[in-house]
Design a protein around this ligand. Structure first.
Ligand SMILES: *Cc1c(COP(=O)(O)O)cnc(C)c1O
Length: 398
């Protein structure tokens, strides 16, 4: 079979060959524990600290401000729960948007069950939050504002710098989940003024299972994992030296290649957006046209969500745009997630005012380093066929 066209770089990316090459010696030859004081330990420690410096440089942080975690989910959990734990005597209220990633969303729900109250500020129809609504949500009990930097589904970029300014005014901590923006947009934590920022390697050509939380020097945070006191006591557990080395290399490659990559991706993305909007009827582009990631295009197609009957045992027994598109040789994400209970429409698309049926008919295309003109051609050729096929099937059903 022909290799599928991969347009799902926001779900994960392949590891860059330079990253892989840099990691490899740390599995077999340079296997030391970075906490050991002998030669093998020193070798590993040196590599971990070099990687930390590379990650810090990518976001203009100090090396002591980078805490390695197992990924973006843990970084978000640490930011929210670690702040909640340390600030609970000051207040029990948290402000977030209603289009946060599940790693923030579900942590908020957990905190709600444990004595905290959370305001989910609704975004505007273009997917961007009005900073005045953030300000209005603040109470005397607010300890933290957390907003996603670039949304993982619709790619919209939030006014994080303004929000951090408001947080500073009120003496509140400010966190941003910048997982999708890293490597796709220049990020400078000093200029942004945030206290905490989450990142993960596997969304920008690094390995899976490694990420970091930037914690501005002077910010107070409690650990959520206890043990040997690694990572300045904030994140215990033996450092995953190979993954950290890969993360560092990915950061270095991103610092070097990002600007050229953004310039290459934008016209590809725009050709995809324009081609879809011009050649398919009954389609909406989700999210803001200007303030969006250079690699993201997200559409809702009307009248495509067909009913599936019969036993529902596997994800493909449910209607999924991702699975239907896969039949045309293209990998992209759907706007609804299949779970054992059925199909849950995306909370992000619902927040933009889409109907459940529209959300079921959504597709997110996310481009990356190995996306070619031919990939976009193929997508523009197959997508109208897919939409026509589903609309015909739906008509036949009714
Ligand atoms: C992927 C993602 C995460 C989770 O990161 P993992 O490293 O996969 O745990 C968190 N936030 C956003 C916005 C993401 O896209």
């Amino acid at each position: 079979m022909e290799k599928p066209v991969y347009l799902d770089y926001s779900a994960t990316t392949p590891v860059h060959p330079e990253v892989m090459e840099t990691m490899l010696p740390y599995f077999i030859e340079k296997y030391g524990n970075a906490s050991s004081i002998h030669e093998k330990g020193k070798e590993a420690r040196l590599a971990v600290e070099q990687a930390r410096a590379r990650v810090a440089e990518l976001i203009n942080a100090g090396v002591e401000e980078i805490i390695f975690t197992s990924g973006g989910t843990e970084a978000d959990n640490l930011a929210l729960m670690g702040t909640a734990a340390v600030s609970k005597d000051l207040g029990n209220h948290i402000v977030v948007t209603n289009i946060e990633h599940h790693a923030v969303f579900e942590t908020c729900h957990h905190l709600e069950k444990n004595g905290f109250s959370v305001t989910f500020v609704p975004v505007e129809p273009n997917g961007i939050v009005d900073v005045e609504k953030i300000r209005q949500a603040i109470t005397d009990d607010t300890i933290l504002i957390s907003t996603i930097f670039a949304n993982n589904e619709i790619g919209t970029i939030q006014p994080v710098k303004e929000i951090a300014g408001i947080a500073l005014e009120y003496g509140i901590y400010c966190h941003t989940d910048a997982v999708q923006a890293i490597g796709r947009s220049r990020i400078d934590v000093k200029e942004l003024g945030v206290d905490m920022l989450s990142l993960t390697a596997h969304k920008f050509y690094g390995p899976k299972g490694i990420g970091a939380l930037y914690i501005r020097q002077g910010s107070q945070i409690a650990p959520i994992i206890y043990g040997g006191g690694q990572e300045r006591g904030i994140r215990s557990g033996t450092e995953s030296v190979p993954l950290i080395v890969g993360f560092g290399k990915a950061a270095q490659v991103a610092s070097r290649d990002m600007d050229a990559e953004i310039q290459r991706l934008k016209p590809l993305r725009d050709r995809l957006i324009n081609g879809v909007m011009q050649n398919i009827e009954g389609v909406v582009l989700n999210g803001d046209t200007a303030n969006r990631l250079p690699n993201n295009a997200n559409f809702c197609f009307d009248g495509v969500a067909i009913e599936k009957h019969g036993p529902k045992e596997k994800p493909e027994d449910y209607f999924s745009m991702s699975w239907e598109l896969n039949k045309h040789g293209i990998c992209a994400s759907a706007g609804a997630a299949c779970t054992a209970a059925g199909v849950t429409p995306s909370h992000v698309l619902m927040a933009l005012g889409r109907s459940v049926e529209q959300a079921q008919g959504a597709l997110r295309f996310s481009l990356g380093k190995w996306t070619t003109d031919a990939d976009i051609d193929k997508t523009l050729e197959e997508l109208p066929k897919l939409v026509a096929r589903l609309r015909a099937e739906k008509k036949a059903q009714s």
